[in-house]
Design a binder for this molecule. Structure first.
Ligand SMILES: [Zn+2]
Length: 84
């Protein structure tokens, strides 16, 4: 998988549905953005994880969402292989 680095702070970019660097907030250029297809996969996975969390913590008050909830380190290569 191709490494993606932020042009501004040079840190590794995690795959996310946000077209910004999670470290410095730099707006990513076209060539570093993820395709809509990959974003959909990530979004679906986030939703599933969110529902799972809600099931587990049904009695508890929902936690304030953290910005890091949107930056799961998704292995997209594996996901691509599993798409029918
Ligand atoms: Zn950055």
């Amino acid at each position: 998988m191709q490494k993606r680095e932020c042009p501004q702070c040079n840190r590794n970019l995690l795959d996310s549905i946000v077209d910004k660097c999670m470290y410095c907030g730099f707006v990513l250029p076209e060539n570093l953005k993820l395709s809509d297809e990959k974003k959909e996969i990530i979004e679906k996975r986030l939703n599933e994880a969110h529902e799972e969390t809600q099931r587990r913590h049904k009695s508890k008050k929902p936690e304030k969402p953290s910005i890091f909830d949107y930056y799961h380190d998704v292995d997209l290569d594996n996901y691509d292989a599993n798409i029918d």
